[in-house]
Design a protein around this ligand. Structure first.
Ligand SMILES: [Cu+2]
Length: 325
């Protein structure tokens, strides 16, 4: 309980109060350059956590990092709410701290070298990306720099290390499930409440698989259809933007990932629309993914995986869907 609240408190503080500024200020002019004498984001987060937990132990804080908003998921996001709020038990689910579903409380790193080069337009962070020996490519070990390769504790997200696992959340009720036809392109969507850059992928695993493993989802990565995404605002208004996909250097080999198109801050990279920057999105990013024609009819679990670059985190949600022939 304490650790769960700790995570939620820390993430809430991180999101709402933007106290990462301690780190940014200390890191100027390359605000995210990692220097040994400076506090790391994790250090800032953990010290904030210790202080905040004492005061807020019982508060049902509910802001965190991101979630699936379509189709209906076990974690409960919706297109109408998007990243404006992360309630507890939204859409009738039992999920607590609904955007808190990431991989673990500890930082994670890619196991090998970065496959997204420091000078790639897929990089989503500002700061120093010096590729020379001894250079300061400060995100070179972050999950997004080799998409899909960082180890995760659960393909459906975990509330905390040792805490609830998204695989154990009740499946989406049959009446609320989306049915997709094999061989078609279908819409999926996610939102972000604390933007850490990076990028995302969508995967499937048969519902009958026990337990649902990351390896299973890696056997069924979904390709995106087309080279655009849609910004769908909570009002329902939709605007099409360019998408940047990547299939080389990804895990599993050849799996297709898409760059988070919204920069955390001005200067990270050019936003797709004027002012489309930051966190607590009042919109979702909608993409079309292709359901392979040979997908067996029946019940499947859909996973959204977001590998971040700004922090050492990976986030995941799961939905239950039906595939029709
Ligand atoms: Cu974070």
């Amino acid at each position: 309980m304490v650790s769960r609240v700790c995570v939620c408190v820390c993430l809430c503080v991180c999101t709402i109060l933007k106290l990462h500024f301690l780190y940014f200020i200390a890191s100027r002019p390359k605000r995210r350059h990692v220097a040994a004498a400076l506090p790391t984001r994790a250090m800032v987060r953990q010290s904030l956590c210790a202080a905040a937990v004492a005061a807020l132990l019982r508060a049902p804080l509910a802001a965190a990092h991101g979630r699936m908003t379509f189709p209906p998921s076990r974690q409960g996001g919706t297109l109408e709410v998007a990243g404006t709020n992360c309630g507890w038990h939204d859409a009738g689910t039992v999920a607590n701290c609904e955007c808190c579903w990431y991989t673990q409380f500890a930082d994670i790193a890619i196991p090998g070298n970065a496959t997204i080069p420091a000078d790639s337009p897929l990089v989503t962070t500002g700061g120093c990306h010096d590729t020379k020996p001894g250079g300061c490519d400060w995100t070179k070990a972050r999950p997004w720099r080799a998409p899909g390769s960082a180890p995760v504790l659960s393909p459906c997200g975990k509330e905390t290390a040792g805490g609830a696992d998204g695989r154990d959340l009740p499946p989406v009720a049959l009446v609320n499930r989306t049915t997709w036809k094999a061989g078609t392109a279908v819409e999926v969507a996610f939102t972000i409440t604390a933007n850490h850059g990076g990028g995302y992928s969508w995967r499937l695993c048969p519902s009958s698989t026990t337990p649902l493993t990351e390896a299973c989802f890696q056997q069924h990565p979904l390709d995106f259809a087309g080279d655009t995404s849609v910004v769908q605002y909570t009002s329902g208004k939709r605007v099409t933007i360019p998408a940047q996909r990547v299939t080389s250097g990804t895990t599993p080999a050849g799996s297709m990932w898409s760059k988070n198109p919204v920069p955390d801050e001005e200067g990270d990279f050019a936003p797709p629309l004027a002012g489309l920057v930051g966190s607590n999105w009042k919109f979702s990013i909608v993409d079309q993914v292709k359901i392979p024609a040979d997908t067996a009819p029946g019940s499947w679990v859909l996973a959204w995986r977001w590998d971040t670059e700004d922090t050492a985190q990976s986030w995941a949600n799961c939905a239950d869907i039906e595939i029709a022939a």
